[in-house]
Ligand binder design. Structure first.
Ligand code: HEM
Length: 147
């Protein structure tokens, strides 16, 4: 098994990076879509349109990309023998945070689709920065492997 994974390692890593970009792109888009939805009254046709767009973003891009990033990442970690290394533990903690943020944001979009408005435009702009900040630290951990 290890031998097979080593022979396809670069394909696994390419897939990991490609789907990581899809996942992060979706996480950047979702708060922006929430901001556009704020322009529409609860129960309006405009709200329904944005609710449909958000649902598609979640089911076609966000959720599948997140699952693929996790599966390929853990497979590479096992194949590379990194499971006991500090940089990977720190990265996993941050990725768990990113996954939690993903789940929380999906919850907010579902509330908005039901006509609730739990967040203001300013709050949405601020929380929209979270994935970018996590991305910076995660990428530094992967490339520098400082511990
Ligand atoms: C979901 C859990 C994840 C696990 C278990 C994981 C694990 C790994 C492992 C083991 C590698 C290979 C390191 C190497 O070959 O030196 C890797 C590469 C990489 N990971 Fe992750 N990762 C995860 C999620 C993420 C996320 C969310 C991001 C970005 C936000 C990310 C960004 C990267 C990048 C950019 C590389 C490529 C490094 C290179 O070019 O060599 N990973 N990941």
């Amino acid at each position: 098994m290890q031998e097979l994974l080593s022979s396809i390692y670069l394909f696994l890593k390419s897939g990991h990076v490609i789907f990581m970009v899809f996942w992060l792109a979706g996480l950047f888009m979702l708060p922006r879509q929430c901001i556009y939805m704020l322009d529409h009254e609860p129960g309006s046709a405009g709200e329904a349109k944005w609710a449909t767009r958000m649902g598609k973003l979640r089911s076609i891009i966000l959720t599948p990309a997140m699952l693929i990033v996790w599966v390929l990442g853990l497979t590479m970690a096992w194949s590379g023998g990194w499971l006991s290394e500090g940089w990977l533990h720190a990265k996993l903690a941050l990725v768990l945070g990113l996954t939690g943020y993903h789940g929380w944001l999906v919850g907010q979009t579902k509330k908005m689709a039901r006509g609730e408005r739990p967040l203001t435009e300013k709050q949405l702009r601020m929380i929209g920065e979270v994935p970018g900040l996590l991305l910076i630290v995660i990428v530094l951990l992967v490339y520098l492997k400082p511990f």
